[in-house]
Ligand binder design. Sequence first.
Ligand SMILES: NC(=O)C1=CN([C@@H]2O[C@H](COP(=O)(O)OP(=O)(O)OC[C@H]3O[C@@H](n4cnc5c(N)ncnc54)[C@H](OP(=O)(O)O)[C@@H]3O)[C@@H](O)[C@H]2O)C=CC1
Ligand SMILES: O=C(O)C1=N[C@H](C(=O)O)C[C@H](O)C1
Length: 243
Amino acid sequence: MGARGRMGATVVEAVRSAPDMTVALTVDAGDDLGSITPDNTDVAVEFTVPSASLRNVLTLVRSGVSVVVGTTGWTDEGFAAVRDAVDSASRAGQSVVIAPNYALSAVLMERFARQAARYFESVEVIEMHHPDKVDAPSGTALHTARVVAKAREDAGLGAMPDATTGDETSRGQVVDGVHVHAIRLRGLNAHEEVLLGNPGEQLVLRADSFDRSSFMPGVLMAVRSAASGTRPGLTVGLEPLMD
Ligand SMILES: NC(=O)C1=CN([C@@H]2O[C@H](COP(=O)(O)OP(=O)(O)OC[C@H]3O[C@@H](n4cnc5c(N)ncnc54)[C@H](OP(=O)(O)O)[C@@H]3O)[C@@H](O)[C@H]2O)C=CC1
Ligand SMILES: O=C(O)C1=N[C@H](C(=O)O)C[C@H](O)C1
């Protein structure tokens, strides 16, 4: 799904180049999703737009196909709807993987941020992307902020120091207490920094996807997992597959 888009086209080429995979169908906006069935497709890959992704995934799951999803904009309600649908699916081993970022560098950066969060007073997230991106902040930045906030909460840390008063529009979006800043700049692709601060010291974690090829090993890893049927149900994020 989304085969003519920037990510979709890159995925089509990656699957064509993979020795153990074939492209069954390419589908985009306006095409009939009903053409994708378990008879012609083991795993559908979905990179479309946040407004269409939930509907696409539910349709595919209900038709018996496993799905790997890269589209961003997912909510807890969306995850719950997909979890229910795939758990009550009739085909054994059917699965859905939804990950905001398939680049190994970004997944590892988030893991390191989770490990580090408990040791610092302050944490902020900055994401930087190409200006053709429709959503902000990025799905990855939202996910990172939630993961960091959870790690801080688990460690018993309170609110971060911030003396800002009055108009706070310059302080970014606050996600579970973590400030997230979004930059859109021609020439960039997909980049994220997590800044962690203590009195007299700073740790900067940074992941750069210079090219969409960076996402392909993770996408193919998720496709292989879904095709194997060894991890039925919903998996959120790539990290559980890497472990
Ligand atoms: N998880 C990850 O690792 C990554 C995730 N992403 C995410 O993937 C998504 C796609 O990004 P990108 O490829 O750059 O975006 P593009 O805009 O280049 O591609 C989106 C594609 O989806 C198509 N589309 C739009 N609506 C529908 C619909 N209802 N059903 C089927 N197809 C539809 C568009 O068609 P048309 O142009 O005709 O409207 C287009 O071909 C974004 O949410 C982005 O954040 C991006 C990179 C990595
Ligand atoms: O739209 C993009 O380009 C990207 N989207 C994903 C996101 O929103 O996190 C992943 C990556 O940042 C590239």
